[in-house]
Structures are given as C-alpha cells and as structure tokens.
Design a binder for this molecule. Structure first.
Ligand SMILES: Nc1ncnc2c1ncn2[C@@H]1O[C@H](COP(=O)(O)OP(=O)(O)OP(=O)(O)O)[C@@H](O)[C@H]1O
Length: 702
C-alpha cells in the first residue's frame, strides 16, 4: 500500500500576497478563501518571503493602521513552518506538531510555494490514515492463521479475528465487551494487565482442540491499556508430531536392520537415484554412502537392474548379476505406495554363489547320508539287510533279486530300468551292500536334479582357484568319494550329451582330471545307473550316446511295475501297514475284501512309492483295526472297474492286456475328442475321476 505524501493532503487552492499588498486585500483574501494564513511571496519568482496571519491583521488594525497600509512591514518572516511536497505524512505530522498555528507552507524543490497544509487538512489526513491503518490491521488479523483476541484494561474483549471466531466457535458480536475468561481460562490476565508480564506457550483445551496461547500487554503512553492474546490450534501439529515420532522410530529400526544385515542393501527412488545404502553395501562396493546417495544407481553399480525395477514395478528375484566378473545373486523388489511404484530396493547376496551351492550340496549329502543311516537303522531294527529289504512275492522280481545278488559280486556295470517308484534305488543299495565294494561308500548322484553346469564339478571336483567363486580348499568330486565303493547314477537318462562323453571317458580309462587341474586322478568305483526312461529310444533319437549305453548296460535289471507283480500290492500293503503301525503305535491288521480287490485292480502309476503313501494316509486317519473302502483316498475308491488276479500280466495274458489297452486307448481318444481336449470333461464323459483318467492315459501311452 502506498504511503500518503503531503501532496495528497495539502490544500492546493490558495492565494498568495506580495509585500506591496495592503491590509485590506489581505483581510478580504483570508475571508474569501477561509484561511487564517496566507503565504507572502516574491513577485519575480514566487519564492516564500513570510506569512501573513489573521493575528498580524488584528495587531495592525488594533494599532490604528488604516486598511490601505502595505503589509511589507507587518507580515511574519521568522519561525515559519515549511514542508517539502514530497514529504511523507508521518514526517510532516512530526514537523507540524511543533507549529503553534498548526499550519505549514508547502514548497517545491525550488522553494516556490505549491500548497498550504492546514489543521483541518491534517485532521482529515489523520482520519484517512486511521481508516487506512484500521483496514490494514483488519486484513492482517483476518488473514492470520493464528487466533487473536484483544482485551481492554478490564479484560473485556474488544477485537477478535476470523481465525479466533472459528477456533472458539463464537461470533464477535456475542462476545464483544464480555470478559475473556468466558472463552479462555488461566491466561494470567491479572498479571498481564497489572504488572505488564508476558506469558508465552500457555496450553488450553477448547472443544477437544489443543490451543497454545501467548498473552502480551498493550502499552501506550507508559500505561497498560489492554492485552493481546494470540493462540494457535496445535491439534494437527500434535498429531503430526506423534506421527513423525513413530516414523522416526520406524526409520531408526529400519536403519538398524539395514546396518546389521549381512547382505548389501541399496534403495532407489522412482527415478533410480540411490536414497539409502547399508554398511554392508558400502563395504562391498568400497564406496562411502555419501558418494552413492543422490547418484543414479546405474552409474554406481555395475549391471544393476534396480532402476528398471523402479520403473516397471516388476520384482526380479534371485537374478545373477555380474559385479567385477563375479556372479552374485541379486533380488530387486519394487516399493509400492497407493498402487504407485515409488522406488525399489535391491539385495545383493555377498556369499559367492559357489559357496551357497556348496552349502546346498553339503546339505544334500547330509540328507542322503541321513536317509541312508535311517534306512540302515530301520532295516537293522526290522532285521533286514540287502536284498531281504525287497519285499515281493512276484516270481519275476524274485528272479531279478537272485540275478542281482549274483552280479553284485562282480565288478560289471549295471543298468537298472523300470518305472518311477518301483524300487530301483533299493536294488542298487542291496547290490552295494552285498557286493564286492560294500566296504566303500555308496555315493548317489541324481543327474536330473543338478544343473548341467554344476554336474561336472559335482562329478570330478576341482582344485583351489579353478574358477571364480571356487572354494579355497578345492572340492573332491563324487567320483573320488565313490572310489572303492559304488557310484549310483540315478536318472542317467537326463544327463547332457557333453557330460555323457566325459563320463564315458572315465568309465573307459578309469581316470580323469579335476576342474582346473592337469593332474590325473585314478578311480575305480562300481557303477550302477538307473533310469525310468527308455534308454534305447533315447539312443535312437540321438539323445543318449550309444557307446555309453552299451558300457552301462552290461547287466540290465528291469524292475517290473507293481501292477504287473503277482500278489505284491497286497503283500506290500500289509508290509507297510506293519511299518506304520510301529511308527504310529496303531494296530491295523485287517483289510476288507473290497479293499483287497481295489488294491489288485489299481494301476499304481506311482508304484510302491504311491502304495506306501496310501498306507501312511490310512494309518494316519484310521478309526478301526480294519481297513475298509471308506479309509482309502477318494481317487482309489472311484475306480470304475476291478481287475482280478487273472488280469495280471503273466506272460500268457500279455496279449489280452495289449488288446485291452488298445481298446481303452481308443475309448479315451474318442472321449477326449468329444471334450475338445479338455481332460476334466473327458473324465466326466467316461464316468471316471480325473486322476484315474490320467493314470489310464499314462498306461496306454497317451
Ligand atoms: N519291493 C520293495 N519292498 C519294500 N519297499 C520297497 C520296495 N520297492 C520299493 N520300495 C520302497 O518304495 C520307495 C521307492 O523306491 P525307490 O526309491 O527305490 O524307487 P525308484 O525306482 O528308485 O524311484 P525313482 O525312479 O523315482 O527314483 C522307497 O521308499 C523304497 O524303500
């Protein structure tokens, strides 16, 4: 707002006198323009010479001077109050205050008279100024976020601003000239109004709102004329500060967690700029956090994807990331807020992957050893060992057991074939235990479970420093562990062609070089391989080396599936019932005729493993000592037809089974066609369960 200058409030319409004017003219002019003072100026340049006042005229007339007397000797030349027209009102009022007449002559820069500042003009200006100040004050008060109350010296409310009306839920009209105590208490107003004390930060609660009040006296002319009470609603601030406190606590907890985390943790914002790193990450990258925070993550961390995850919002778990040529397992997770990606957090697993793998391998080995010992303990408890463990009444399997017992004594390689769960590993174990190499270890390698690139070091081991991430001490391969014992190659059909070649070389030369070494290691383990694949078919398809196949297949033991074994389903059912009776302390011994029929009729795609699972389930849930159809898992109960013992595949029946399979195949194919390939629908069309359909499809080679 512009400050008021003298020019705005001075009187511009006036007359001037010259020293040659007479008293009469002066009196007439004063009357006509209603002024008590007239400036006397020099004719040539209008500069001020003095002033002619009403008093000067009275003095002259009462002294007997005639009206035509010139004023040159009569006007006042000294103590004239003049103002510059550019002066502010405030400065001018200070000057005019000293004037007895209350009138001042306004001059321009050249000393020429440009206006007259009169008492009346001053009063008008004061009114105007007051109005201006009042409206300014009102505007300030009403735009204030804080509440404000002004009280007079008796503590009665004189002014209230809009914020106070809102906070106290009152209208000014209702509290005007009322004691402030009715609104706010304990303000120490007595001390403020009598002693002039100031109170800051008095807490009040009004209508559940927390108010913080400052009370200050108003002092004018050394008198306490009232007090100003300014207050603010701290309810929001209190809530925010308690939220801030919990956020700070959370942040500190997060910080501590990050600090103690063994893995390196890096957090980025939505733009991929690093916002947090923990000490482990600092140590790992050998960069202080100060130099990482605030920088784009891709400029700091090699091959990072954190900035990508911060954009896509798609987590990348356990990905390989090469840093300094070494692979690390890295997980990057987006940080989401209200459905928006606001950043990402990355975790770098420091341990070299090889160490982790090694640990996994050790665990796996321990697992195998544990299983081996558990079997041994169990078998010892049951008084069984070697081939005795293989329970069967089937003449074919009995023959195989005998044959295996014979070949166990000789060093020839053995290939055991048969469906999954038929007992191939059990046979391999029995051969080892009763064979010529029983003093050594039985070392199992599951060729399907270990990734191809690891299988080589798994087999042949490596020397220290063979590759990045290799253990310092190197590692013995399974070949060496099995030396003098048995190497059981399970799932051999899943081995890659390149490893097949290497294995073949070892089988032929009985020696190999561990990874990273040029020294030859000699080994001579007995090899037993097992598979549920048709190796001959794999050979014809070029997926299995024929020379390796012939090397392994010196002795072939084909274990028949459970469905083709005479009496085994029932025999093994009882065998496993006994086992679980011992474990669970139950005494289930009887089996209903219907159950027996179902056992004989079932296809047993999972073979003995499936049968054992069925028995374990029954033993767990049994309510009586007799197993009835109701105790069987639903898929067994739903079997559509029953096979009798006559259905089993003795060699004479094989033709019959083949034609039945052929027929079933056609029926299933028709149902599948009708169901548009939907197996669940096909099962419904056939009136059998889905699992039963799968079993059938498996059996008829679909
Ligand atoms: N004749 C049997 N007598 C007693 N238990 C048996 C018999 N055959 C198999 N088992 C048991 O059935 C389970 C499966 O057997 P095993 O692991 O030897 O089968 P496998 O043919 O090697 O299976 P996969 O091909 O899936 O590895 C094992 O717990 C095993 O002890």
């Amino acid at each position: 707002m512009k400050t008021m200058s003298i020019e705005n409030i001075m009187r511009k319409s006036f007359e001037t006198l010259s020293p040659e004017d007479d008293l009469q003219k002066a009196a007439e002019l004063m009357r006509s323009i209603k002024l008590d003072v007239l400036p006397v100026t020099r004719k040539e340049d209008g500069r001020l010479l003095g002033i002619m006042t009403k008093a000067n005229i009275y003095d002259a007339v009462s002294g007997g001077l005639p009206p035509n007397t010139l004023i040159k000797g009569l006007f006042r030349k000294k103590d004239i109050i003049t103002l510059q027209k550019e002066m502010s009102y405030e400065d001018a009022s200070q000057t005019v205050r000293k004037s007895q007449t209350g009138t001042a002559i306004v001059l321009d820069r050249n000393g020429k008279v440009t206006g007259i500042f009169t008492k009346a003009g001053w009063i008008m200006a004061m009114f105007h100024q007051e109005e201006l100040l009042n409206s300014r004050l009102r505007a300030i008060l009403d735009t204030m976020h804080n509440g404000l109350l002004v009280v007079d010296s008796d503590g009665f409310v004189t002014t209230v601003n809009a914020a106070a009306e809102k906070m106290l839920s009152v209208k000014f009209s209702r509290i005007k000239r009322k004691p402030v105590d009715s609104l706010l208490r304990n303000l120490h107003l007595g001390d403020v109004l009598t002693k002039g004390n100031v109170f800051i930060g008095i807490k009040q609660t009004v209508d559940c709102s927390a108010l913080l009040c400052n009370v200050t006296p108003i002092i004018s002319d050394s008198q306490i004329s009232g007090a100003v009470i300014v207050f603010q609603d701290t309810t929001d601030i209190d809530q925010i500060s308690s939220k801030l406190e919990s956020v700070t606590k959370l942040y500190k907890t997060l910080d501590s967690i990050m600090e103690i985390a063994y893995d390196g943790i890096v957090v980025v914002d939505a733009n991929g700029t690093i916002s947090m790193v923990n000490r482990a990450a600092e140590d790992f990258f050998r960069i202080p956090s100060k130099k990482m925070i605030g920088r784009p993550v891709d400029k700091v961390i090699e091959n990072t994807r954190l900035h990508v995850v911060a954009q896509t919002g798609v987590a990348e778990i356990n990905q390989l990331q090469f840093i300094g040529g070494t692979p690390y397992a890295v997980s990057s997770l987006p940080i989401m807020r209200e459905g928006r990606v606001i950043g990402a957090v990355g975790k770098i697993l420091f341990r070299h992957l090889e160490e982790v793998r090694d640990l996994a391998r050790k665990l796996e080995d321990l697992g195998h050893q544990r299983a081996l010992y558990q079997n041994k303990i169990r078998d010892n408890q049951e008084g069984r060992f070697g081939f005795d463990r293989i329970v069967t009444s089937d003449p074919e399997l009995k023959r195989i057991k005998e044959e295996a017992g014979v070949v166990a004594k000789r060093p020839s390689n053995i290939l055991i074939t048969g469906e999954s769960g038929t007992g191939k590993e059990l046979i391999a174990q029995a051969i080892h235990e009763t064979g010529f190499c029983s003093k050594g270890l039985l070392v199992k390698v599951n060729c399907a479970a270990i990734p191809d690139n690891l299988l080589e070091s798994e087999f042949f081991g490596y020397v220290p420093g063979a590759f990045t991430g290799a253990q310092n001490k190197g590692r013995k391969g399974k070949m060496v562990l099995a030396d003098g014992g048995t190497l059981f190659l399970d799932e051999i059909g899943d081995m890659s062609l390149s490893l097949q070649s290497k294995l073949l070389r070892v089988l032929q030369e009985k020696s190999f070089e561990p990874l990273g070494s040029d020294k030859t290691t000699h080994v001579d383990p007995r090899i037993i391989a097992a598979t549920n694949h048709d190796l001959e078919r794999l050979v014809s398809e070029g997926r299995f080396r024929s020379d390796l196949y012939y090397r392994l297949n010196v002795i072939n033991l084909h274990i028949p599936p459970l469905r083709d074994r005479a009496g085994d389903a029932q025999l093994l059912f009882h065998f496993f019932l006994e086992k679980y009776n011992r474990i669970f302390g139950t005494s289930i011994r009887k089996v209903s005729k219907n159950v027996r029929e179902i056992l004989d009729a079932h296809h047993w795609p999972g073979n003995i493993r499936e049968l054992e699972n069925v028995v374990e389930r029954i033993a767990n849930l049994a309510r009586s000592e007799k197993v009835d159809v109701g105790d069987l898992p639903p898929y067994l109960k739903e079997q559509p037809g029953k096979r009798t013992s006559r259905d089993r595949s003795t060699s004479a029946d094989k033709l019959l089974i083949k034609s039945r399979d052929q027929h079933e195949r056609e029926v299933i194919l028709t149902a599948l066609e009708q169901a548009g390939g939907n197996k669940a629908k096909a099962a419904r069309i056939l009136g059998i369960s889905r699992s039963w359909l799968y079993a059938k499809m498996n059996r008829v080679g679909l």
